[in-house]
Design a protein around this ligand. Structure first.
Ligand code: TA6
Length: 328
């Protein structure tokens, strides 16, 4: 085929591809695990593995990766994928008798072809619905029947929305704790500030969950950090000065927020995490931990998180996340 013809064919292929954006593609990922790729017309994208209902990539319309996934992450059940957005359910951390962070993050989810309607942002066409139900094996570990519906959606502006709906399909009530354990990619952890958690009470995971009160300034990082902030505002901002980027987290039905960085020693102790990688990630997790959620038979809970990445020309001096939000 002459070069003119092949150039024409390539152009047509792109035109067709662009014409079919936004798009949702089911394909094979690492180790042949099924994943869904969401693409938006302006170029942003996201990837969700059916293994764990786990978002492993969120890119802006410049193709820049906004989430951290370790170069040593293991994409092989039953090990949870190190990075992206693991889902902690029905238990956060070791707050209970189950395995750390519960079992949802190491189960194979399925595509939900007929989900009940969910009032969403009509402009978001790039989304996928996943569902998790307990197997007989799971019921031996956690004897409660449930339906966990997860919608992952990419907005036209590149925002990433995760909406969880958990329904009690059993004959008796059950309680759970929950977190979107989001790993944000940052340029240099010592150059990052978190806004919106000032003066709040928190449980310090490094001090036997002792209850303390945060000081009045933005949070910065100079060592291992592992705190559960209680009753936070619905908006939190992560300001990455070096990248002139602000992540804005909006959350609903998730009163708490966990902030975690393992720093050097913990980093070395984790086999699926690079020794220096603690410098390039920060977990800020929308969560429901302090008060567990109890569902009676037939009841449903909803927990939603919306992530935006905005240029933060307003960072310096403009430390009020509200102003940052108004500006984006
Ligand atoms: O969310 C913070 C935390 O509970 C930390 O205490 C640390 O254990 C982290 O999660 C990672 O947990 P994982 O089980 O994924 O190694």
């Amino acid at each position: 085929m002459s070069s003119d013809k092949s150039a024409a064919a390539a152009a047509t292929a792109v035109a067709v591809a662009v014409a079919t954006l936004p798009s949702v593609d089911l394909c094979k990922g690492v180790n042949g695990l099924d994943k869904v790729v969401l693409r938006e017309a302006r170029g942003s994208s996201a990837e969700v593995y059916l293994y764990g209902g786990h978002v492993t990539s969120w890119k802006n319309d410049h193709g820049e990766e906004l989430l951290f996934v370790s170069s040593k992450a293991i994409f092989k059940p039953p090990k949870a994928i190190r990075g992206g957005i693991p889902i902690c359910f029905p238990q956060f951390s070791n707050v209970g008798t189950l395995e750390q962070h519960g079992f949802a993050r190491n189960k194979i989810w399925t595509i939900d072809t007929d989900p009940p309607p969910l009032p969403t942002n009509p402009t978001s066409k790039a989304y996928v619905n996943l569902i998790l139900k307990p197997s007989d094996e799971d019921l031996k570990i956690w004897p409660h029947r449930f339906e966990f519906r997860l919608r992952v959606a990419l907005g036209p502006g590149g925002d990433l929305m995760l909406t969880s709906r958990i329904r009690n399909t059993d004959e008796k009530p059950f309680s759970f704790t929950f977190a979107y354990h989001t790993y944000f990619s940052v340029s240099d952890i010592s150059e990052v500030r978190v806004e919106g958690l000032e003066t709040l009470d928190y449980l310090d995971n490094l001090q036997n969950r002792e209850r303390c009160t945060e000081q009045g300034d933005a949070i910065t990082f100079e060592g291992e950090f592992d705190k559960i902030y209680l009753g936070t505002p619905t908006k939190i901002a992560i300001i990455d000065h070096e990248k002139k980027r602000t992540f804005v987290i909006r959350k609903d039905g998730l009163p708490d927020a966990v902030v975690w960085n393992p720093w050097d020693k913990k980093a070395k102790a984790m086999a699926d995490f690079g020794d220096e990688e603690y410098k390039y990630m920060l977990c800020v997790e929308s969560a429901a931990i302090e008060k567990s959620i109890t569902l009676k038979p037939g009841e449903e809970w909803k927990g939603r998180q919306e992530l935006s990445a905005v240029p933060s020309s307003y960072c310096s001096g403009q430390l009020d996340p509200e102003k940052v939000l108004q500006s984006c």
